[in-house]
Design a binder for this molecule. Structure first.
Ligand code: CTP
Ligand code: MG
Length: 176
């Protein structure tokens, strides 16, 4: 595989994590129901455990849409990319857990919901998605160090770009 082919495989592979990370923004807006995962609870520092930006509805939407994305990729584009259909689910779960952990850290640092925390906002979900999927299914053939670095770089730019677009069309109150 050339390095460009590896990067293409990498972006296709991680797509369920992107969809898991992005779909709650649209989904929660559409259904209009928001149940915070922390149910309003505060941590030892008096601040919210996670904040209103992490909801059960968003979690379910992200897991479902991410997993469906992987199933679509497997059946339409690349049948051998995932070693099991559990793998896109793990990518989605890792993305959601990484995002939730990010909010937990942000609240402990005293950052309000929606305040930026680069590069955690852009990369935390992707790193967690890869860690979870790789730890259960092993490191895929395309995943050498350079490809992973390129993938995370592409991910950061895509995250900034798509979040800015979501802000422009009124889906997000802030552009990050
Ligand atoms: N979202 C959700 N549930 C999740 C993840 C995301 O409902 N588990 C929705 C929320 O409406 C959230 C939006 O997606 O506001 C954007 O997600 P994100 O940028 O991760 O959250 P922030 O609002 O920026 O909050 P935080 O500062 O905690 O990251
Ligand atoms: Mg945010």
């Amino acid at each position: 595989m050339s390095s460009l082919q590896s990067l293409a495989a990498a972006v296709l592979y991680i797509l369920p994590a992107y969809v898991a990370n992005g779909s709650p923004v649209v989904g929660v807006k559409l259904i209009g129901r928001k149940t915070p995962i922390d149910r309003g609870a505060r941590a030892w520092d008096g601040r919210r455990v996670l904040g209103d930006g992490k909801t059960f509805e968003g979690l379910i939407i992200g897991l479902t849409m991410g997993t469906l994305t992987g199933i679509a990729i497997s059946s339409i584009i690349s049948p051998s990319l995932y070693r099991s259909l559990i793998e896109p689910f793990l990518l989605s779960l890792g993305a959601m857990l990484g995002d939730i952990l990010g909010s937990f850290i942000k609240r402990r640092l005293g950052l309000q919901r929606g305040q930026p925390a680069p590069p955690m906002d852009q990369l935390g979900f992707a790193v967690f998605a890869l860690l979870l999927a790789f730890s259960l299914y092993g490191v895929p053939a395309w995943a050498d160090l350079l490809t992973i670095i390129a993938l995370l770089t592409v991910t950061a730019f895509l995250h900034v770009g798509t979040n800015f677009l979501a802000y422009l069309v009124g889906l997000k109150p802030e552009p990050y």
